[in-house]
Design a protein around this ligand. Structure first.
Ligand code: EPZ
Length: 420
């Protein structure tokens, strides 16, 4: 397994091109299953999760071609089930359930595994499919969905931690080919849900309200192929913005959507980071004195859970105490212990992490665990004195396109060490 060797203490300067959104690309690839015609998806990031999803869709019988920045999918003839091992390994694959049910009225999808950030249940996905008329017995680790017909309904999709992003996606995709009108209440409002709704409408679906808590889908008979460009990755953009602030440099984010970053920009400014928008460029630099701030993660448009770990790395560097509260996932502080190995002072109290920042960090070997925790360790390593080796960086390669290349271009002393 590859590692990243970081020699910290160098401020980041320069431009970084933000890639297409991973969390937009995955459901949009799944949505291509809703038609027998060709779909061409552009600005697709070169990520292992995208290749994984392409293999899953190909295992269903679709023709899939992955080229740099572009995925072409033609699901002319597909089966209701794919490669169990592949589907089980990636949580995002659950979003093939809705399209398969809509297209074939049958779907056999393995239950996605949990991961380090939580149990990751799919009860809301199953509730939405049942409400549309499917029976969904669980057998031998598979969801075995079947529906004579899908009938539009009013469906409340809120869960104990608020809306579900992929659950909203699944119901929205299934409802595009259901009879009648479906209304999703307590829908997720993330920009990636809006991107998917816009993609589906370009295919001939009739969806309104995406981006609000109430989405209405009027079922249609069939959908057609389309060419699409996914939105930029707001979490990647936020990650480089925090890295710029943590390193004490100045970075231009190219191609990011400022309107998708309001909560992050607001919090960084509160911490004393200068964030300026110059047209399509977002300029980020550390201000004269950073302040410790409190963060609570919330569903969009609140502070994103996918940027929580990165903010913790920044707060470790700032004198004072900050409290980071994770309201979306039940165990998303695995990075805290690893940051402790770099000298950070973090204690966990239930859903909150208490960071006593300001002590200089010193490099050490650390273990990546989940995608965003890994990014936080890289940020901490960039600011630590000496050498930090981040192991198991396959986690990073799932969600950050060419992260070592982009960081080197910004002046970081980072090299990828092939695994033993
Ligand atoms: C999406 O996951 C993202 N992944 C996650 O990003 C992101 O952290 C998450 O949304 C929240 O914003 C993709 O889009 C591929 P949820 P998703 O369903 O849809 C609970 C990353 O780093 N829940 O919105 O799987 C769940 O346990 C990844 O890029 C239920 O209770 O997340 C959690 O507490 C990590 N029942 C909360 O809802 C369900 O049926 C939000 O989860 C579904 C979810």
């Amino acid at each position: 397994m590859d590692s990243l060797l970081i020699r910290g203490g160098v401020p980041l300067y320069g431009d970084v091109q933000i890639s297409g959104s991973k969390n937009s690309t995955l459901p949009i690839m799944a949505a291509a299953l809703l038609t027998a015609e060709k779909c061409v998806i552009r600005r697709v990031p070169a990520l292992s999760d995208v290749h994984f999803m392409a293999s899953i869709i190909a295992s269903l019988g679709a023709e899939v071609k992955v080229e740099p920045g572009c995925v072409t999918i033609q699901a002319a003839k597909i089966k209701p089930h794919g490669d169990y091992e592949l589907i089980r390994k990636m949580r995002g694959s659950i979003c093939i359930l809705g399209p398969l049910l809509a297209r074939l009225r049958r779907a056999r999808v393995s239950l996605p595994g949990g991961c380090v950030i939580g149990t990751r249940p799919i009860d809301l996905h199953l509730k939405g499919m049942r409400e549309l008329g499917a029976e969904i017995p669980i057998r031998n680790g598979y969801v075995c969905a079947v529906a004579k017909r899908l009938q539009g309904r009013e469906i409340f999709m809120g869960g104990r931690s608020g809306p579900t992003v992929l659950g909203t996606d699944n119901v929205m995709m299934a409802a595009t080919l259901a009879e009648g009108v479906t209304v999703i209440h307590s829908a997720a409002c993330e920009p990636e849900v809006v991107d998917l709704a816009n993609f589906l409408n370009a295919m001939g679906a009739r969806i309104t309200g995406a981006g609000s808590p109430t989405i209405t889908i009027v079922g249609v008979k069939a959908l057609h192929g389309v060419e699409w460009e996914v939105i930029p990755d707001r979490i990647e953009a936020a990650t480089y913005a925090v890295a710029a602030a943590a390193s004490g440099g100045e970075v231009n984010l190219l191609g990011a959507r400022a309107d998708h970053l309001s909560a992050v920009t607001d919090k960084l400014r509160e911490a004393g980071v200068k964030v300026e928008r110059n047209g399509a460029i977002i300029n980020v630099k550390r201000g004269s004195r950073l302040k410790s701030v409190d963060v609570t993660t919330q569903p969009y448009a609140g502070f994103p859970t996918d940027v929580q770990a990165q903010m913790m790395a920044l707060m470790c560097l700032v004198p004072g105490m900050s409290i980071i509260t994770e309201r979306i996932f039940e165990s998303r502080f695995t990075h805290a212990a690893e940051m402790g190995r770099l000298g950070a002072d973090i204690s966990i109290e239930g859903p909150s992490a208490i960071i006593k920042g300001g002590k200089p960090l010193s490099g050490a070997p650390v273990m990546a665990s989940d995608l965003r925790a890994s990014a936080a360790l890289v940020i901490a390593g960039l600011s630590a004195r000496g050498e930090t080796k981040v192991n198991r960086i396959y986690h990073l390669d799932r969600g950050y396109e060419d992260i070592d290349g982009k960081l080197r271009k910004l002046g970081a002393r980072v090299e990828r060490v092939p695994g033993e």
